[in-house]
Write a protein that binds this ligand. Sequence first.
Ligand code: M6R
Length: 608
Amino acid sequence: MCGIVGYVGPRDCSDVLVSALTKLEYRGYDSAGIAVFENGKIEVAKTKGRLSDLKEKMEREGKPQGHAGIGHTRWATHGEPSDVNSHPHSGRRVTIVHNGIIENYKQLKQFLLENERDEFLSDTDTEVVAQLLDFYYDGNPIRCIRKVLHELRGSFALGIVFADRPETVYAVRCESPLIVGQGQGEVFIASDVPAIIKYTKDYYLLEQGEIAVLKNGAVQFCTLHGRMLEKELKTADFDEDSAEKGGYPHFMIKEIHEQPTAVKTTITPRIEGGMPNLSECGITPEVLEGFNNIFIVACGTAMHAGMVGKYVIEKLARVSVTVDIASEFRYRDPLLTPDDLVIIISQSGETADSKAVLNLVKGTGAKTLAIVNVKGSSIAREADMVIYTHAGPEIAVASTKAYMVQLSVMYLLAFEMAYAKGRIDDEECKRLTLELVRIPEVIQHTIDRIENVCRYVSTKLITADSLLYIGRGLDYALSMEGSLKLKEISYIHSESYAAGELKHGTISLITDGMPVIAVATQNSLFEKTLSNIKEVKARGAMAIVICDQKADIGFDCANYIIRIPQISEMLMPMVATIPMQLLAYYTSVNKGNDVDKPRNLAKSVTVE
Ligand code: M6R
């Protein structure tokens, strides 16, 4: 999704803006631009393409020279990626960058046209906002911004400069996240903290409807109603190194390798006396005991973590769990009661559909629990309870470590709920918790053992047009994530299928050499899955099997076997995830794809 940055301070503003935008590249974008005050005039440089294209353009045509300005990476929504649709957009005296969507831009454009404002150059909703600001501008920027905010509908954040207010940047947040960084004599705005972490770890989080004015290296805040605000300065709990590749060729492989630490950091503070303890998040056995039904709602990878959660919670706690895709749940008029718990899982905490579910649940009496990675994000702040995962910043679009820590929280929750419901005694609860505590070591061992195997097997996938992931039970839940990971970065069509369902239609797709990746880590279901592997192999499939070290399978049944350590069946997903991530990663690398920034995708999906 789009990224916004801004700067006021002594450094070369263009350089700061481009450097900060580089750190937002992971969000996905198709054009970039900046606007900088140069000798009291706003100079704009923008282009379709990557930041490298913008840099080249500025080398050719001259880089705006100054110390205050705004910048943007655009992920096209209204109008194709093009130079003219790129941000910043300007009215006569106002230039803006914008993240999000203005839902009523057509009506506003009509209003402007009827009032003799017909200077539209682009197809964007953003330009309408720039023109509207211009229309209402009477020399008082705050009054003008407040007036316009009352007219805009949608979720968005804006960075604004007024031609007659040199060296000053205005910023406003309406749903879409925006932070203000405070350095020594310099101030920044950004859509996300990693953008400015190189310059400062101290930042303010803009809340809904708040306006920031950045001037003379300092910032002032006011509300939508014009009331001045004192805000709490926060400090990021990560540094530049953790937001950088640290010697790895891509963020994705770095993040795969960070998983043992991420899991450890997530679970350790939630274990006391060998038992799970989520009370710091407001979750006690008494609270959990009261819920009769659980709904887990999320998107993409986070939803897949919920699928694993369903199996584990139902198995251990015997509580019914429904997993739903947020974009479906929000429109299907779900039946919720005050005895229900709705768990929303989100790495970013800003996903538009997941956020909408949270709002929908409010008012039904059901309680909401957010499992979120980004501190202070909208979903985290608006839910009744929150469990933060401590994965650190996840930069690669393809989620790996965030999924892994979401799984670890699902297990903690399942153990605590099973204990609260009297389904397991404290001895069993401690045994399960101890096994979870040992998982980071097993993950590390697995990565060390199989990375090269996966790299090799991935060379067998690169020519495939299409493949299947199959599994049963937890392996099926897991294969959904394996399939998504592979398709999103390798661009090979992939579907995950319940292994037992194949012969009801899908098996007709099998042709000679078609890869079928079977996840067969569940001992109790192994024989059944093995039969399905034999069925596809007999029809010419190239069978790649992910199973544990002791699984009784040979090369008569599989072309390639990736063996992982054997732990208890229920916890296998946390280990079996590794080969799936590595297969996806190396297939993408071998195909020469842009691993961290796959085409058409954005890290944080803040539009519906
Ligand atoms: O930030 P969220 O966890 O809410 O994001 C949800 C999905 O967009 C996300 O998991 C997406 O599917 C992954 N990038 C896939 O790897």
